[in-house]
Design a protein around this ligand. Structure first.
Ligand code: UDP
Ligand code: MG
Length: 307
């Protein structure tokens, strides 16, 4: 019998864990596969570990890895994929926003239709603040324009993959991981299932607007070098403008002879150019800092306990 490894990152999810486990078993009861659970405790400070130990003592298919601190969901997914031994690997949120009832259909996509991966995307952003949806859309439009790797709008991390694809993902050892890009970068044939956004069953979202913003910058820096070209493009543009202006003022002075006044204009131009230069240096700094962090070759996570 084939086995599916279920990877579930958990950060402070003591209420959601038992609900997830029950709902999962109920919704997948008819499947002809064995399951193996890998819950990743991502440095939780509530009763998450107690909930996981209780599950483990009741069901030996349940395993867990407990991180020494919070390393982020990306690291948790990596740890889970490393530990998983199944023929197929699925990643799921513990808050039941990823319906386990879709798994039979996903497995069918791989077994019967020959896909390597069945992924999910939500087609609505219902229940999400309007501002957040606006910035999310803008982000996807921007990154897809400047990156060669396709980043699908609304794609969730909920997906079922073959062992081969998981091995490929594990072979990308970068420390700042942007999974939406990594999943797409490794290629393979992916089938997309769509569903409406579901509100989480207990607890609250771990994503603040600020965290999302930093995450989106990670995505852009990790999967596009286009911002690096901005400095060159803007530089050339301003040289051209300056050249035209010099000619203009030169001939204006020769023909009409009036001196060029314009102290305020000078200040504005100095401020504008100063701003653009700092902005471009800032972009360079972003890439440099990522390079710096990657060259340290620090581990992606540190586990305190694994069972
Ligand atoms: N999560 C995690 N580490 C983090 C943040 C989140 O392991 O630093 C887990 C969280 O417990 C949940 C999943 O990742 O199972 C998705 O998080 P959340 O529901 O907060 O995100 P959203 O669904 O709002 O995008
Ligand atoms: Mg969620």
């Amino acid at each position: 019998m084939e086995t599916i490894s279920i990877i579930v990152p958990c950060l402070n999810e003591q209420e959601a864990i038992p609900l997830f486990y029950e709902a999962f078993l109920k919704d997948t009861a008819g499947m002809d596969t064995a399951f193996e659970f890998w819950f990743i405790d991502d440095g939780s400070t509530d009763g998450t570990m107690a909930a996981l130990r209780a599950l483990r003592s009741a069901d030996e298919r349940v395993h867990f890895i407990s991180f020494s601190r919070n390393f982020g969901k990306e690291s948790a997914m990596y740890a889970g994929m490393q530990a998983a031994t199944g023929d197929y690997v699925a990643i799921m949120d513990v808050d039941l926003q990823d319906p386990p009832a879709l798994l039979p259909q996903m497995l069918n996509g791989i077994r019967a239709e020959g896909y390597d991966c069945v992924a999910t995307r939500r087609v609505t952003r219902k229940g999400e603040p309007k501002v957040r949806s606006f910035f999310a859309r803008a982000f996807y439009r921007l990154i897809n324009r400047i990156s060669k790797t396709e980043i699908v709008d609304g794609a969730r991390d909920f997906r079922l993959m073959t062992r081969q694809m998981v091995e490929s993902i594990l072979s990308l050892g970068e420390v700042s991981r942007f999974s939406k890009g990594i999943f797409s970068w490794v290629g393979y044939r992916t089938k997309w299932l769509e569903y409406e956004n579901i509100e989480r069953v207990a607890g609250e979202s771990k994503w603040s607007f600020w965290k999302l913003l930093l995450y989106s910058i990670d995505g852009i820096i990790g999967f596009s070098t286009a911002p690096l070209a901005i400095a060159s493009v803007v530089g050339v543009l301003f040289c051209l403008i300056a050249f035209v202006l010099i000619l203009f003022f030169f001939f204006k002075t020769i023909i009409w002879g009036d001196p060029v006044a314009g102290f305020p204009a000078t200040i504005c131009i100095i401020l504008l150019l100063g701003g653009i230069q700092l902005f471009c240096v800032g972009i360079l700094g972003q890439y440099l800092s990522k390079t710096y962090l990657e060259t340290k070759r620090r581990p992606i996570y540190i586990a305190r306990e694994k069972q």
